[in-house]
Each structure stands twice: as C-alpha cells, then as structure tokens.
Design a protein around this ligand. Structure first.
Ligand SMILES: NC(=O)c1ccc[n+]([C@@H]2O[C@H](COP(=O)([O-])OP(=O)(O)OC[C@H]3O[C@@H](n4cnc5c(N)ncnc54)[C@H](OP(=O)(O)O)[C@@H]3O)[C@@H](O)[C@H]2O)c1
Length: 273
C-alpha cells in the first residue's frame, strides 16, 4: 500500500510502549487511527496527541484476552472510524519464569493475547479488505520467535506462531490486494517491555545490544508501503545466525550459551518471582 494518507488503521497495544511510537508514525503519514488496549486514560492521552497531525483518531478500549471483546472490535471500528485498511497486531504480553512454574491459566492467557486475538482480528477484517480491494496486516513478532528464549517459552512460542501465521496467510493471499508482514524486533531500549525489564534486571548481554523504537516504527511503515514479508529489527545483523540454526538445529542451545541468554533469563526470572 504505497499511499497511506487517509487510510484507516486499527492498532492494538496503543496505550504504551512501542504502540505509542507506531501510532505517532502512522499519524505523521496521515493515517486515521483506531487505538485499542485496556487502559482507557492512557489511550485517550495517545488519541489527543495524534490528532494534532490532522487525522481522525478514536480510542476503543478492549481486553484481548476476552474472545467476545476481540470479535466485536472490528465492528466498533467500522462504526466509529470506518472500514479498516490496515491492521497492526502489536499488543503482546510476556513473563519470564522456568516453564515448569507457569500455570495453565498463564499459558492460555499468553496464547490468547499474543496469538489467538491477532488471528481472530485478522479473520474479522480480511473479507472487507478483499472486497474493497486494499488492505495490509502487520504482525508483531520478536527475534524470540526466530530462535526461542529460555524461561520465556510460552512467549517465544506465540511469537514463532506469528511468523508462521504471516507466512501461511501471505502465501494464501498471493495475487490479492491484501498484504501481510511480520516484524521481528530484538530487545528495544528506551520504551516498552524490555525497557521495563532492564530497569528491574539490568541490561541484556552485550551480544544482544538493544535497538530503538524508531527503528521498529520505520520497519512497520516500510512493511506496509513495500509489502515486506519479514523485517528483523536488531542492533546487529542476526539473520546469518538464524540461517546457521536452520541448517543445524542442534546448534540452537550452543548459540544461546554463546549469546548469554540463559544467564540473562535467570536474572529476569529471579527478579519477577
Ligand atoms: N519492547 C521490546 O523489546 C520488544 C521486542 C520484541 C518484540 N516486542 C513486541 O512488540 C509488541 C509491543 O511490545 P511493547 O514493548 O510495546 O510492550 P508493552 O510496553 O508491555 O505494551 C504492551 C501493550 O499491549 C497492551 N495489552 C497487554 N495486554 C492486553 C490485553 N489483555 N488486552 C489488550 N491490550 C493488551 C498494553 O495495553 P494495556 O495494558 O493498556 O491493555 C500495551 O499497550 C509486543 O507484541 C511485543 O511482544 C517488543
């Protein structure tokens, strides 16, 4: 979708973290925004900020862990803003703890918010996009979805799911006017879930130097305009490591030891227990 001006976007996870940066970047492109998350006041603050770019913006609070609320979201956006041209499945949650200590409820909630809700939202907006002859879906994954992350097993699994959801749907929609992209950020400094984690547990290992919110938002805009399949946003080139890992799957555990993730995983888990 080359021209974004006056298109309508639904952005999940718009109340804080990377979602706020994505909202600003879309507003600068002239995109009208439906902002969703649970925190009503925070959403309203973001809405008030982005309308200074002469766009329309509405705040529609919803809890993505509740399927009924997810299912009614796109109709609400239709009523308050108009048909959705762009869906950004950005909202996500994470915890860090040894897998044996997760409760079934925690596992279910993480899958629901990070993976099921994006698929249900996509299913809801897709027929309209195909009928109107335009649409783009951006799914927010993580490099954890490319390589896994110890003590974040459910999180990394949902993020891997987002990659395969994108790949499958993108192939299914080939030849249609609807594009699908996945963004895989590494750790992001300054704002968002890693920035919060860093305040509590200290910085990630030097090998996993963080990237910035600006680089993530640029990737989102580029993905929509160029219909990119997958963009990895990391401080250092990391795709060659993933190619090595794909070729030699047994290398994954060694790779993590080299990167220093097991030690960092212990720190963040201890901190949260
Ligand atoms: N930050 C990073 O380093 C990093 C790295 C790789 C990938 N990512 C991915 O980037 C995305 C954004 O992350 P972030 O760092 O911005 O996280 P964040 O600061 O924790 O923000 C998460 C957003 O999701 C919303 N959310 C959480 N639970 C929700 C629920 N049940 N229903 C509706 N909305 C909910 C939150 O809003 P409310 O609490 O108001 O509901 C908030 O707006 C996530 O998918 C994350 O996995 C982040």
């Amino acid at each position: 979708m080359k021209e974004l001006k006056e298109r309508n976007a639904l952005l999940t996870g718009a109340s804080r973290g990377l979602g706020v940066h994505i909202a600003r970047a879309l507003a600068k492109e002239g995109v009208n925004l439906a902002l969703t998350a649970r925190s009503v006041d925070a959403l309203e603050k973001v809405r008030e900020e982005v309308i200074s770019h002469n766009i329309k913006a509405v705040a529609i609070p919803a809890d993505l862990s509740e399927t009924v609320q997810v299912m009614s979201l796109s109709d609400k956006v239709d009523d308050k803003l108009g048909p959705i041209d762009i869906l950004i499945n950005n909202a996500g949650i994470e915890w860090a703890t040894p897998f044996r200590d997760y409760s079934p409820q925690e596992i279910e909630k993480m899958i629901q918010v990070n993976f099921t809700a994006p698929m249900i939202l996509t299913r809801a907006v897709l027929p309209g996009m195909l009928n109107r002859g335009r649409g783009h879906i951006v799914n927010m994954s993580s490099i954890a979805g490319k390589t896994g992350f110890p003590n974040q097993t459910p999180y990394a699994s949902t993020k891997a799911g987002m990659i395969m959801f994108t790949n499958s749907l993108r192939t299914e929609l080939d030849g249609t006017p609807v594009g699908v992209s996945v963004i895989c950020p590494g750790f992001v400094a300054e704002d968002g879930m890693y920035a919060e984690m860093e305040k509590r547990a200290g910085p990630a290992p030097r090998s996993l130097k963080p990237t910035t919110p600006e680089k993530v938002t640029s990737a989102v805009i580029k993905a929509i305009k160029k219909d990119s399949a997958e963009i990895i946003v990391n401080a250092r080139p990391i795709r060659p490591i993933f190619i090595l890992q794909e070729t030699f799957p047994g290398f994954n555990t060694t790779l993590h030891k080299v990167l220093g993730t097991p030690a960092y995983a212990e720190k963040i888990s201890d901190d949260q227990s």
